[in-house]
Design a protein around this ligand. Structure first.
Ligand code: ADP
Ligand code: MG
Length: 425
């Protein structure tokens, strides 16, 4: 039925065609090339990035495509199928939010990349660009359309200005890509004014097709963990609740501040350090929680410590399963950890909301092995681990739960571990 239709991911040919067509009709002439970057979904490890912790995202098959041509000046002309009109930006006038150089709206995600590359000393005197943006990543759904945009532009500039950071498609440079991540994070934080911890940009630039990305947010190191769900006849179903609660930004800031305050009380640089103090997280909690200032700090710290533990646990189980398909006890253990992650985010970190809990409960009440919210919370998306043969029943159950609750119909995506940012055509 229409309600349960999956949001399709364009293939490279379709994405490139759409981008080139928008370029031609807007600017006339031909683009020099098309670059693209994926959205991402996090399997486990939520609100751990700013605590120096671990996260486990995959790149989505849903991507943002940019058709780009260099200009002979330092101007940007930008068009997106998701926005009206053509935006113009002078690269020499760009500055951080709150200064005279502030760039408003979506062009800040593009202009910010050039600004940050130059601030970081990774580039100087970058050329202006004409850019046409098309995307099949849902926007504002916690699937990181913002990093898909900034990272697609970053790899375009990298190649067109000969920076050599991303490396060739058949031999990507992880060190150079880590530099591009730094620039894209600064673009979002300082020019777009969006608080973001770095997981989104790392997934878009450093993930590998067929693998989940184990990201260590303390030192920025990554490992690639094979994730072959198809082999086990499993699906990672993404439910975009289409809910967005306006207080999300303030709550995010409060959670970060509480974690920082707790780390200070404990005399550690970050909560990751606490999580590592003992082999078993229960021992850690027994030692640490009584020393904290209040119940709020205790709940937040309990989430972060146990969530980091769950990332390590899931990664260990996935590595077990690289020798045999994901099933039986291994699958049950992963499912247990994903369910526990949601419960911790709902009860201890208190960042879930009605729509996310409804999606999770409906999926679990149907055939899902596990379900959890993903991303920062207060709206956005949930994920469910589902046998392929039960996919339709689970999407129908979630859609029905939303209809019964008089909520806007959710959207559904199938997530598989896809390729990182690069040149498409
Ligand atoms: P998310 O990254 O979870 O999708 P954000 O609020 O971080 O949500 O980013 C969404 C913003 O990114 C949009 O409001 C817009 O400014 C910008 N953006 C993302 N994709 C596009 C696009 N295809 N065209 C124009 N702007 C986009
Ligand atoms: Mg974003």
């Amino acid at each position: 039925s229409a309600e349960t239709a999956m949001l399709p991911a364009w293939d490279a040919v379709e994405g490139a065609e759409r981008a080139r067509e928008l370029f031609a009709t807007t600017f006339g002439g031909e683009a020099e090339g098309v670059w693209s970057a994926p959205g991402r979904v996090n399997i486990v490890g939520e609100h751990t990035d700013y605590n120096g912790g671990l996260a486990l995202p995959i790149a989505l098959p849903h991507r943002t495509y940019v058709a780009v041509a260099r200009r002979s000046d330092r101007r940007l002309r930008l068009v997106s199928s998701a926005a009206d009109g053509v935006a113009e930006v002078d690269l020499d006038a760009v500055g951080p939010v709150g200064t005279a150089g502030e760039v408003t709206g979506w062009p800040s995600y593009v202009a910010g990349v050039a600004w940050a590359l130059e601030q970081e000393g990774l580039a100087s005197g970058l050329p202006g660009l004409d850019v046409a943006v098309v995307s099949c990543v849902p926007t504002g759904s916690g699937l990181s359309s913002s990093a898909a945009l900034s990272c697609s532009v970053a790899v375009a500039w990298d190649e067109l200005a000969g920076l050599g950071l991303a490396g060739p498609a058949d031999d990507p440079s992880d060190a150079g890509r880590a530099d591009l991540v730094t620039a894209c994070v600064r673009a979002e934080n300082e020019i777009a004014g969006a608080p973001t911890g770095g997981m989104d940009q790392a997934a878009a630039l450093r993930a590998r097709e067929g693998d989940a990305l184990l990201l260590d947010c303390r030192d920025g190191s990554v490992e690639h963990v094979p994730l072959d769900l198809a082999e086990a006849a499993l699906e990672l179903l993404v439910v975009d609740t289409r809910a967005e609660h306006s207080h999300a930004g303030g709550e995010y800031g409060q959670r970060r501040a509480t974690c920082e305050a707790a780390a200070k009380v404990l005399g550690v640089p970050d909560l990751r350090t606490v999580a590592e103090a003992h082999v078993h997280s229960q021992d850690t909690l027994d030692h640490v929680l009584p020393r904290l200032a209040d119940d709020e700090q205790r709940k937040r710290v309990r989430h972060v410590v146990t969530e980091i533990d769950r990332v390590e646990y899931v990664v260990a189980r996935l590595r077990d399963s690289s020798r045999a398909p994901l099933h039986g006890a291994t699958l049950e253990n992963i499912a247990w950890a994903l369910d526990a992650s949601h419960n911790s985010l709902r009860d201890d970190y208190e960042v879930s909301c009605r729509e996310l809990d409804l999606a999770v409960d409906a999926a679990r009440g149907s055939w899902a092995h596990a379900a959890r919210m993903t991303g920062g919370g207060f709206g956005g998306s949930a994920i469910a681990l589902v046998d392929t043969r039960h996919l339709d029943e689970v999407t129908a159950a979630v859609a029905k739960a939303f209809a019964d609750a008089d909520l806007r119909a959710p959207a559904f995506l199938r997530a598989v571990a896809a390729a990182p940012a690069g040149r498409t055509a």
